[in-house]
Design a protein around this ligand. Sequence first.
Ligand SMILES: N[C@@H](CCC(=O)N[C@@H](CSC=O)C(=O)NCC(=O)O)C(=O)O
Length: 281
Amino acid sequence: MELLSTNVCFDGEHRRYRHHSAALDCDMEFAVYLPPAALGTNAHPVPALYWLSGLTCTDQNFMQKAGAQKKAARLGMALVCPDTSPRGLNLPGEHDSYDFGSGAGFYVNATRQPWAPHYRMYDYVVKELPQLVEGHLPVTEDRSISGHSMGGHGALIAALKNPGRYKSVSAFAPVANPSECPWGQKAFSGYLGDDRRAWEEWDATLLIPTARERLPLLVDQGTADEFLDTQLNPDALADACEKAHHHINLRMHRGYDHSYFFIASFIDEHLEHHADALGLK
Ligand SMILES: N[C@@H](CCC(=O)N[C@@H](CSC=O)C(=O)NCC(=O)O)C(=O)O
């Protein structure tokens, strides 16, 4: 791993790294926040919250806009932010739209060409990145996962598909049922093909009935979110949970939109939720 930059923040450190990803077959950058407990004298490895960002984001949107570091410093929690797609490839059409290709990997493993050799963001965020972080940084194997929009959905499927891998999961305004919305249909048909049966293992709402682990789902959604009616469909997820007797705490917040102002308003509560599960309180 090549260290690109460091910033002291609430007595911890925000760091950016570059590394070669075997899963994606390209160089990737990611950010990590290490709380003071993981640094200096009496330092010890700390649990981590993996944050998956949404369309158009890099590792930096969350780190610079969510304001999560103060609470993470106090709780002794690392924050790990990957990028949202492979980078530097210039595949045909990769940069043509904001909701497919670069910045829009959707945290699936693509099976269609030309995406399949590189667009394996699921393997990257679930397996390769944690292994790298836990092998090189003072971070334990106790993990939780959260994210926003495309990344909120990524967090849900990462947890639902991997019983025992995460201590807790949460999401802000997730694309809750991607098989049934334009963002999801574009991504899934492009990365996975047009056979909708191949989509089922990548759709959180469709995974709920067969979930083998019942981590409580904390989902926050703004009522003034500009994508609520067309893309997000939290009710589909809530209905699936109700039918399957799967716990969900879906909180509707009047007047909040889809932006990082919304995330910043509730990120501390999500960190508290994860800290409980990670044994940090
Ligand atoms: N048309 C918009 C869409 C981009 C957008 O709103 N991205 C969100 C995530 S949406 C779902 O995954 C985001 O997090 N943007 C970055 C930010 O810092 O706010 C556009 O291209 O502007």
